[in-house]
Structure formats: structure tokens, C-alpha cells
Design a protein around this ligand. Sequence first.
Ligand code: ADP
Ligand code: ADP
Length: 225
Amino acid sequence: MYTLNHVFKTYPSTEALTDISFSVENGEIVGVVGKSGSGKSTLLRLLNLLEVPTSGEVVIENRDSKELSKNETRKQKQNIGMVFQQYNLLNNLTVKENVALPLKMVKQKKDAWVDELLTFVGMAHKSQSYPAQLSGGEKQRVALARALVRQPDVLLCDEATSSLDEQNTDEVVRLLQKTHQEFGITIFFVSHELETVKKLCQRVLVMEAGKLLGEVENQPVDIQM
Ligand code: ADP
Ligand code: ADP
């Protein structure tokens, strides 16, 4: 589904990505690890179509990202769910309203589906709470439900567990495993924490200073809670 061919991304003062090539099939869980500044966020911005490479290709479902029309780009973006380090929930909306928001933006309302997702992430009992009343782990579970609400084929997780303690990290990792089993979704899990990436991902891409150092095959653990 994703193929990167000799991708370079250059900013005026830096080469953020240097000659990156890899392929990801539908339904894989791929980890991307590297220190701060190694190019992980830049890679994510290419995968979620916020940017195009300076040279080389990002091919999504056989289409070069540079050649998509505005409309096609918008459609493809809707097919991608994002989870962030700082949750990015709206504080003046309830848990349920936060999860329903991406539907509301396309004038849809699927009440039963929103409730189902809240149950899936274990937050149905707090659907009327506000983000300020939740712990970090709870906020991230709500953010995951929101990312899934439009049934994307791809989930991009940007340091999704980096603000959480170990127990909550394990809980989010377990939920992502469950998400993968239930929805067969492709997951990119980007993090500077190798330990966490190894809990979740069979494939781990290792970045350093804008280069892909290599790929590690890994045996993820089955987290029991
Ligand atoms: P990471 O996410 O691994 O911390 P980034 O992709 O944010 O790495 O950054 C990789 C390199 O590219 C860094 O040297 C960073 O300063 C530079 N960089 C990233 N985005 C920009 C930008 N928009 N303009 C200029 N330089 C950038
Ligand atoms: P978790 O194991 O998810 O981190 P905690 O043990 O930290 O949960 O918190 C237990 C309960 O206390 C949570 O369900 C939440 O409602 C509440 N709580 C936790 N942290 C905060 C916070 N920073 N602000 C408000 N309420 C909180």
C-alpha cells in the first residue's frame, strides 16, 4: 500500500530525509524509531500527505503522492487516522463529542458507532466527561477512538505513548494490538522509545540523522492486562 522510492526531503538549512526506500503492505504494523531530529516527523508528514518529497516518490495504492489532485489528496487524508503525543482533544467538548467530531465535520452522525468505539476503548462510562477530568491514559484511549471513527485504512501514531507511564503505555499498546486484530488496519507507530516499539511491531525501521539505518525483525509480546 505504501512504497517509498529514494525519498529525499530537504529544507533550506537541512536535509531531513536522505534516500529513504521501503514498502509496507496492507495490515502491517510498522515501527519507526530514532532519536529526536532523526527525521521521524518529516516521514510522517510525507505519509499523511501534508508534504511531498523534494525528490523520489511516495507511492500510496499505486499512486505517486505528487500526482494526486487536491480532491484525491483530501480523500486519501480522510483514510488516515492520527494519534498524537499530546492527545489533541478539544477541552470544551465531552469525550463523546470529541470522538464524534470527525464525523460531524463531514455532516455525519453515527451515534451507535461512536458508542461502540467508546466501549471498544473502554471509555463508555466516561462518555459525558470532559478531557480535563481524564488521566493521560484515558485521554489517549479517547483520541484512539476519535482516530478510528471514520474507519481509516491507516493509523499513524506520532509518539502516542511518549507522555504516558509504563502501565498506561502497555494499555495503549494492547489497545493498538486489539485495533489491529479487529479492523485489520495498517499501523505506523513512530516513537523514540525502542522498548515500546518492540512491544507492538513486527517490523521496526531504524532512523538516524535522516537516513534509514536498517530494519529489524521483532517478535512483539502479547500484553495481558
Ligand atoms: P524527528 O521527528 O525524528 O525529531 P524531524 O523530522 O522533526 O525529526 O526533523 C529532522 C530534521 O529536519 C531536523 O534537523 C529538523 O530540524 C529538520 N526539520 C524538520 N522540519 C523542518 C522544517 N519544516 N523546516 C526546517 N527544518 C526542518
Ligand atoms: P490511569 O491509570 O488511567 O492513569 P489514574 O490512576 O491516574 O488513571 O487516575 C484514576 C482516575 O483519576 C482517572 O479515572 C481520572 O478520572 C482521574 N484523574 C487522573 N489524573 C487526573 C488529572 N490529571 N486530572 C483530573 N482527573 C484525573
